[in-house]
Every structure is written in structure tokens, then in C-alpha cells.
Design a protein around this ligand. Structure first.
Ligand SMILES: *Cc1c(COP(=O)(O)O)cnc(C)c1O
Length: 409
């Protein structure tokens, strides 16, 4: 297929993908990345407990993690992990479809399905693997996928990998989404499968999608809806099932995607859906079929995490988290999510602001293109239910200093 004929290359979708620069050598490519202020590197970071970390021999308060409920160091989950190791060992040994499907995986899937209010759920080794496995299993070249412009990289990559026609609507723009749906239904054969994709809580902005209206639209146009609750699961809803629960929509979303690596404090991803969709994934999702099952002990610990999220303790942690978010009121727009972007603009200023924060004792990462659109580089801070109040108040003072020096637009 030529570039011109493949709609994927023409669509406005390649947001967040670095353009092909035509560099002759890797060294030139690296120089170019540096010159753009887009250099990234790995820094060894040791957790010291209680939201402190050590980095470059310095101790910092950690405001960078997605550990929204403090479960990444919760003693009950650690115990469950150790218990899981002694029951099931540490390696699955093979793909789920060969001999790697442990009772721990099955137990976890039942718990997730119950939490999400679906027939079934399917565990993958990561949230990224869910997207890459699910979307190409569901759609092919005759189908259409319609994504919110700020969708996570794994959703964009998966949409492109599927070979379906990729359309993008501006962030949370329902009018534009409806227009695209209408034009696809007019131009394509009636059996064309249409999949709408959005996040529930957006990972880099912390705002939420208008899910009720999106459910109405998908019903009106006979489309499917996939909602990535990576940042909603555990955080929103009375039992922590996510934004879909807090809006009363659990039964109305065809594909509910989530991860166990954020609020659940572990690793792994899941898709909750009808039995029919799960059967299709077991037969077609390549990141499930051709990848070794996640360690069963991890699934066993995740069972404990999912129970905890749905328990009275989970509810208390969610209400504590809301109190922590309110400690920053005035600095930020009021919203329910613990993700708070401080938009700066240029890469250089964002990097300098992150450096200032580190000098003051806070790890608050600078987020740059292609993770966020160009000229919207920012500090992204994330709160946890178990952050001490005094650390948040000290951070608040540092943010005020940034505002005073005009770093924040
Ligand atoms: C983190 C994230 C993922 C990927 O989940 P992992 O389990 O970390 O692979 C997917 N979608 C969104 C929106 C995310 O923020």
C-alpha cells in the first residue's frame, strides 16, 4: 500500500509520534532530539517509603507517581504477593493459552468483571498490551476508529496497527465527534464497525470525558465505545470502578479498559466486556496469545488490591484523596482527579521549573512533546491519598513561587 493511499498516514492522528526526520545517522538524530529540548534519560530512583524517593543522592517528595491510593506500598498487598509466591511460584511458564492460565488469573478476572459490572474480564501483562491486543483484534481495514485527540500513545498506536481508518476529534468535542460519526455512516457500508475511543480521566490534563453524551452518540450511530480508565479505576466511583461508575454508565460501555499499575499499585492491564468480546480477544489478541502470562503471584496480589479498592478502606482512601486535592484549591482549577497539570509552554522553561522543584525537594516531572502537544510543556503533579498534608502545603508554596516568577502561563 502506498503512503498516499493509506488513510493512516494522512490522518491528523500521528500526534505524539516524532516525525521522521530523514537523519543519516543515529548520532545526528540524537543531536536533533537534544537541540529541541526533548532529551530523555533514565534516572535510578529508589523508593524510601512514605512518598519519599532518592535520586542523584538527594531525597525528594514524590509527586510524580500514579500511586493514587498509596497501594504500591500497602502491607496487605505485599502480604498477598508473598502468599501468592508460595502458592503459585513466580513464573507463569507459558502463555495463558498453553499452560500459563493460573487459578489466580481466573480469580482476578472474576473480581474485575464484578467490579466493572460486565460478564467477563481479561488480564494482560500491561495496559499497553491491552490496547495493542484489543483494538486490532476488533477492527480491520474496512472499519473506522475515532479517537479523542489527547488519547494515550498505546491507543493511537493500536488504532494504527489495526489498519482501520483513523479519525481524530478535538479533545472532548462532542459536536465534531457527531459530525465524524454522521459522515462515516453516510459514506461507509452499513456493516462497517465503528469504534469510539476515549480516556475517562485524561492522563496529562486530569480532566474527564463527557461519557454520558458519548454513550448516547455511540447508540445513535451504532458504534462501539472503548473507555480507558487507567486513571479512573480505584479513584472515582463509589466502589472505585471509575468514572463509568460515578456517572452510572457501567453497563453501557462496550469495552472498559484499565490498568493495575496505577491506583492498584501493581502491574498488569485488563479489559472488561461481554463474554462475546472476551472470547474474540482470547482467539485474536496477539499480545495475549503470544506473550507469557503475568506472574500468577502478581494476579493473586491484584485480587487483594481490587478487593481493597471496593472495600470501606478503599472508600476512605478515595475521600482522603479528595481532601488532599482540595489542599491545592486556588492553585489549580477545581477537579476530582489527582492529576494536576501546571502548563508552562516551552520545553526549556518546563525543564527549568522541574529543576527548581527538585532543588526545593520535590519530584514533579516536566512533560514535553510528544507526550503532550507542542508548546504545552508542563509540570504534571499527581497526588496520593497518603501524601502527608505538610508535604502538599510545602509544594503549594513552591507552586506560588513559580507563579510569581511567571513560569506558569
Ligand atoms: C499508563 C497508561 C496506560 C498503560 O498502562 P500500563 O499498565 O502502564 O501499561 C494506558 N492508558 C493510559 C491512559 C495510561 O495512562
Amino acid at each position: 500500500m502506498t503512503k498516499e493511499k493509506n488513510p493512516n498516514f494522512d490522518s491528523p492522528c500521528p500526534i505524539r509520534l516524532l516525525p521522521w526526520l530523514g537523519m543519516s545517522s543515529i548520532a545526528e538524530q540524537l543531536t536533533h532530539i537534544r537541540e529541541q529540548g526533548l532529551w530523555r534519560e533514565l534516572v535510578a530512583t529508589s523508593p524510601l517509603g512514605e512518598h519519599k524517593i532518592e535520586r542523584n543522592s538527594k531525597t525528594l517528595w514524590n509527586f510524580a507517581s500514579n500511586d493514587y491510593l498509596g497501594l504500591a506500598s500497602h502491607p496487605a498487598i505485599r502480604e498477598a504477593l508473598i502468599d501468592g509466591l508460595s502458592r503459585f511460584g513466580h513464573g507463569a511458564g507459558a502463555s495463558r493459552l498453553i499452560c500459563g492460565s493460573s487459578p489466580a488469573h481466573h480469580a482476578l478476572e472474576e473480581k474485575i468483571a464484578a467490579c466493572k459490572g460486565t460478564d467477563r474480564a481479561l488480564l494482560f501483562s500491561s495496559g499497553f498490551a491491552v490496547a495493542i491486543g484489543t483494538i486490532p483484534a476488533l477492527l480491520g481495514k474496512d472499519d473506522v476508529v475515532i479517537l479523542d485527540k489527547l488519547s494515550h500513545a498505546c491507543l493511537i498506536d493500536a488504532a494504527r496497527l489495526s489498519g482501520a481508518t483513523v479519525r481524530v476529534f478535538p479533545h472532548n468535542d462532542l459536536t465534531k465527534l457527531e459530525k465524524i460519526l454522521r459522515s462515516v455512516r453516510e459514506k461507509y457500508p452499513s456493516q462497517t464497525r465503528i469504534l469510539i475511543i476515549t480516556e475517562s480521566v485524561f492522563s496529562m490534563d486530569g480532566d474527564t470525558a463527557p461519557l454520558a453524551e458519548m454513550v448516547e452518540l455511540k447508540e445513535q450511530f451504532g458504534a462501539l465505545l472503548l473507555v480507558d480508565e487507567a486513571h479512573g479505576f480505584g479513584v472515582l466511583g463509589d466502589t472505585g470502578a471509575g468514572l463509568s461508575e460515578s456517572l452510572g454508565l457501567r453497563g453501557k460501555i462496550d469495552l472498559q479498559m484499565g490498568t493495575l499499575s496505577k491506583a492498584a499499585g501493581l502491574a498488569g492491564g485488563f479489559l472488561a466486556a461481554s463474554g462475546e468480546i472476551i472470547d474474540l480477544l482470547v482467539n485474536r489478541a496477539r499480545s495475549l496469545i503470544y506473550s507469557t502470562a503475568p506472574p500468577p503471584a502478581l494476579a493473586w496480589a491484584a485480587c487483594r488490591a481490587v478487593d481493597l479498592i471496593g472495600s470501606a478502606e478503599g472508600r476512605t482512601l478515595r475521600s482522603d484523596l479528595q481532601k488532599k486535592i482540595r489542599l491545592l484549591t486556588g492553585i489549580t482549577k477545581p477537579h476530582a482527579s489527582p492529576i494536576i497539570p501546571l502548563i508552562i509552554g516551552s520545553n526549556e522553561n518546563a525543564l527549568q521549573a522541574a529543576k527548581n522543584m527538585a532543588n526545593a525537594g520535590f519530584l514533579v516531572p516536566a512533560i514535553r512533546y510528544p507526550t503532550v502537544p507542542k508548546n504545552s510543556a508542563r509540570l504534571r503533579l499527581s497526588l496520593s491519598a497518603t501524601h502527608p498534608d505538610e508535604a502538599i502545603l510545602a509544594l503549594r508554596d513552591q507552586i506560588s513561587l513559580l507563579q510569581a516568577t511567571n513560569f506558569l502561563s
